[in-house]
Write a protein that binds this ligand. Structure first.
Ligand code: TYD
Length: 136
C-alpha cells in the first residue's frame, strides 16, 4: 500500500586546496525532483523532533554541521543512524517512523523533499503507524 524505504547516500565531494564543495542536483545526486528544502538548527540536546511517518513523502536528510541521531523504524525493525558528515544523506520514504535526537549544539540538519508541506501526508500517531505497517 505505502512504500517504506531507508538508505544512505554518499555525495561526491569536489574538494581542492580551498576546501570542500558538494553539489546536489535533482534526480542525479538525489533520486527525485526537489520541491522543498527546510533546515533545523539551534535544537537543544534533550529535544526529540520528528516522531512521525509519512504516507508518500520522499526526503533526504543531510547533517551539514555537527551531528544528530536518527532513529528509524520500518514495521518492527528499528535502526539508529548517526548523521555527522556533510557528504552523507539519509533517504527516507513513506512509512518510516523517524525521530531526530541528540542534536549537537552546532547541528544543522538540511532536509530536501519531493513535495511541498502537506499535513495530510503525515502519520503523527504511533499506533496508526503500527496499524498501517502491519497491513502493508
Ligand atoms: P514539525 O512537523 O513539528 O517538525 P519536525 O517533525 O521536524 O519536528 O514542524 C514544525 C512546524 O513547522 C509545524 O508548525 C509545521 C511547520 N512546517 C512547515 O510549515 N513547513 C515544513 O516544511 C515543515 C517541515 C514544517
Amino acid at each position: 500500500m505505502y512504500e517504506a524505504k531507508l538508505y544512505k547516500i554518499d555525495f561526491d565531494v569536489k574538494g581542492d586546496d580551498r576546501g570542500a564543495l558538494i553539489a546536489i542536483e535533482n534526480s542525479k545526486d538525489i533520486p527525485f525532483d526537489i520541491k522543498r528544502l527546510y533546515y533545523i538548527y539551534g535544537t537543544q540536546e534533550h529535544v526529540v523532533r520528528g516522531k512521525h511517518a509519512h504516507k508518500k513523502l520522499k526526503q533526504v536528510l543531510i547533517c551539514v554541521s555537527g551531528s544528530v541521531d536518527i532513529k528509524c523504524q520500518i514495521k518492527d525493525q528499528i535502526e539508529n543512524i548517526t548523521l555527522n558528515s556533510p557528504n552523507v544523506g539519509l533517504y527516507i520514504e513513506g512509512l518510516v517512523w523517524h525521530e531526530m535526537l541528540h542534536f549537537s549544539n552546532d547541528a544543522v540538519l538540511i532536509v530536501v523533499a519531493d513535495n511541498v508541506y502537506d499535513e495530510s501526508d503525515y502519520i503523527r500517531n504511533y499506533d496508526m503507524f503500527s496499524k498501517l505497517s502491519s497491513e502493508n
